[in-house]
Write a protein that binds this ligand. Structure first.
Ligand code: YSA
Length: 348
């Protein structure tokens, strides 16, 4: 039997491959040369019919040729796909730059963000630092260390969205300290404790941030609200500093003509406590809670309460935004109605 001419097979195969112009032709080519009944498979199957001495060289050559033709096929297929993609893509010169552009909606800052930033600017001008704290908080910071222990009725002042469930009381150790639980902070006041852990007086800081309360909404209350906490600790700080700072802030931020009202209020972490309201038409809108930092909190921070005193406050940013923009109902802010929000485009 004549020996197969591998060089001739290769040259035929490469010529036919170059001539195969589309996918079906390439498939036919693969069947003819590389398929189960193709030329190379037949050649390899027929090796046993060849003289013993020629089998290794022909077998090796046939296998090399098979791999080379497979690689050539892959390359040809990629080449063809590239050509097809290029043929489908519009030529650069066919783009009509005079066609009208599709409008791309531009984002804008939310009115509460605008208000929060503007309030921060005023506080910076007044010499305050601005820091932020965690929204997911431990009950120890949100309550206990602010003198609101477990089972204290004052916890009802802040309806809470809990993250960790309450662990059942251990009947074997009913007085055991329950494990700390995480919650969504109900106010920014826990940052008073966190800040005091890491800083020494003189302290003058504000902490803006989102808070959450499990409470019914109405025209002045949302379940998600923004507060700005303030903390001032130094020697010789007294209630007139608190009053002067807050009145100065309100008049710088909202204008000098506003009527403000301070009244007594109760917060376990201050003594005395107060709230500040602003006259709005024929009603008063409560803007913030405040007070002189309780001496026990100063002492727990490792400071001498005889030497250091201070005041703190927590402002409702949405309430300031309501007065700033004349919004009657706080619920407008978070309904995501674009007709409402777009009115603040370009507003600072
Ligand atoms: C008090 C004394 C301090 O030394 C420091 C901070 C405070 C404030 C205290 N942590 C607190 O949260 N008090 S508060 O419950 O009365 O809220 C403070 C302000 O947040 C309110 O005066 C109001 O302006 C706003 N606010 C409260 N609940 C709200 C709300 N705004 C919108 N929706 C709600 N549900």
């Amino acid at each position: 039997m004549a020996l197969p001419d591998l060089a001739a097979i290769e040259s035929d195969a490469r010529r036919d491959l170059a001539a195969a112009a589309d996918a079906p032709a390439l498939d036919d080519w693969r069947t003819r040369y590389l398929g189960r009944k193709g030329i190379l498979t037949a050649l390899l199957r027929g090796l046993s019919d060849l003289p013993q001495a020629d089998r290794p060289a022909i077998g090796q050559g046939a296998n090399q040729l098979k791999r080379a033709l497979e690689a050539a096929l892959t390359e040809r297929q990629q080449e063809r796909r590239r050509a097809e993609t290029e043929a489908q893509a519009p030529a650069a010169t066919s783009i009509d730059v005079t066609l009208p552009a599709r409008p791309h909606p531009q984002g804008q800052l939310h009115p509460v963000t605008l208000t929060r930033r503007a309030m921060e600017r005023v506080f910076r001008e007044m010499g305050f630092d601005v820091v932020e704290g965690p929204e997911v908080e431990w009950d120890t910071y949100n309550f206990d260390r602010l003198r609101v222990p477990r089972d204290h009725p004052a916890r009802d002042m802040w309806d809470t969205i809990w993250i960790d469930p309450e662990s059942p009381e251990d009947p074997a150790a009913p007085l055991a300290q329950p494990a700390p639980r995480r919650l969504l902070r109900t106010h920014t006041s826990p940052m008073q404790i966190r800040y005091l852990e890491a800083h020494q007086p003189p302290i003058r800081v504000v902490v803006p941030g989102t808070c959450y309360r499990y409470e019914a909404t109405d025209a002045a209350h949302e379940w998600m609200l923004t507060q700005i906490e303030g903390l001032v600790i130094d020697e010789n700080i007294s209630f007139p500093h608190l009053k002067g700072t807050l009145e100065s802030f309100v008049h710088r931020f909202l204008g000098p003509g506003l009527e403000t009202r301070f009244r007594c209020d109760y917060f376990p972490f201050v003594e005395p406590g107060a709230e500040l309201s602003i006259r709005w038409g024929d009603r008063w809108l409560e803007m913030l809670g405040a007070g002189m930092v309780h001496p026990e909190i100063i002492e727990a921070a490792g400071l001498d309460p005889e030497r250091y005193t201070g005041f703190a406050f927590g402002m409702g940013v949405e309430r300031f935004a309501m007065l700033r923009y004349g919004i009657e109902d706080i619920r407008n802010f978070y309904q995501n109605d674009l007709r409402f929000l777009q009115q603040f485009r370009g507003v600072s």
